[in-house]
Design a protein around this ligand. Structure first.
Ligand code: PMP
Length: 279
């Protein structure tokens, strides 16, 4: 495995995290996960837009221009001959003596690497089980920050319950999944939480909404309740690595017929057309 460490490509064994890196001590940094299909990054501009926005929102400078970052990521894909998989890219505020306030002097540290992985076609076909969990995260979930403890605890609760994802809610209003956006279908209309500070503005969410529009599926970017989730005809989640995955049971109760629904299938097919593959 090759590591992109700042602007250098180095071997995995040579990569070292400084104990005073603020990403390590405070989670003071931002990240992206970018899907690679057939050796090409998918929605690269959208991911870099979001990376720049996340960095701006935490008042952190980025180490390189957009062009240089793009060039480095393409070099990384090439170095590891990555065809199917994803890039993990993180940038921290850098290394400085431990103090919560920003250091007066620090250089951001970029780390990235490529992971080979196949599209989760079994999950796409058969769906997953989800549980519901209270959303205990902070109020800036739109920032893709390294602070993921809320997501980690929610996902572990799902795994402990024999499920694959935790659907989060704030006082009965569904926000998103621990690492995915959540959609429901009710009376052939697609519902998903609006892109505000309570959810990550998923790239796959945005792609899905565009595909729904193209397919003539009515869309409502409006908050919906746990009761709406439980009585939905269809539920699905979206993310860079999962694409569109049906949720066939919530808290052990089947969603609709207990099988992936027609609207979900239609959107999966449209998504596959967009990325140029078929299962
Ligand atoms: N919400 C959360 C909390 C996430 O962690 C992710 C995955 N990074 C998503 C939604 C999906 O976003 P994307 O489609 O950009 O991967």
């Amino acid at each position: 495995m090759t590591i992109l460490f700042n602007d250098q490509l180095i071997a995995r064994d040579e990569a070292r995290v400084d104990v005073e890196d603020r990403g390590y001590q405070f989670g003071d940094g931002v990240y992206e996960v970018i899907r690679v299909y057939g050796g090409h990054p998918f929605c690269l501009e959208e991911h870099l837009d979001r990376l720049e926005r996340s960095a701006r929102e935490i008042r952190m400078p980025l180490p390189y221009s957009r062009e240089k970052t793009e060039h480095l990521l393409l070099q990384l894909i090439e170095a590891d001959h990555l065809k199917e998989g994803y890039l993990y890219v993180q940038i921290t505020r850098g290394v400085a003596p431990r103090d919560h306030a920003f250091p007066s002097k620090s250089e951001p540290v970029l780390t990235a690497y490529a992971v080979e992985s196949q599209r989760p076609t079994d999950l796409m076909k058969n769906g997953i089980r989800a549980i519901t969990q209270e959303d205990i995260r902070w109020l800036r979930c739109d920032i893709k920050s390294l602070n993921l403890l809320g997501a980690v605890l929610a996902k572990q609760a799902a795994v402990d319950a024999g499920a694959q994802e935790a659907i989060l809610h704030r006082n009965g209003t569904v926000t998103e999944g621990s690492a995915t956006n959540v959609f429901i279908v009710k009376d052939n209309t697609l519902w998903t939480h609006p892109a505000n500070h309570l959810i990550l503005h998923g790239i796959t969410r945005a792609v899905t909404l565009k595909l729904a529009e193209k397919e003539g599926i009515p869309v409502r970017e409006e908050a919906f309740s746990l009761e709406d989730l439980r009585s939905a005809d269809e539920v699905f989640i979206t993310s860079t690595t999962k694409e569109i995955v049906p949720v066939v049971a919530v808290d052990g109760i089947p969603v609709g017929t207990g099988q992936p629904g027609l609207v979900t299938r239609k959107l999966q097919q449209a998504f596959e057309q967009k990325i140029g593959v078929s299962v």
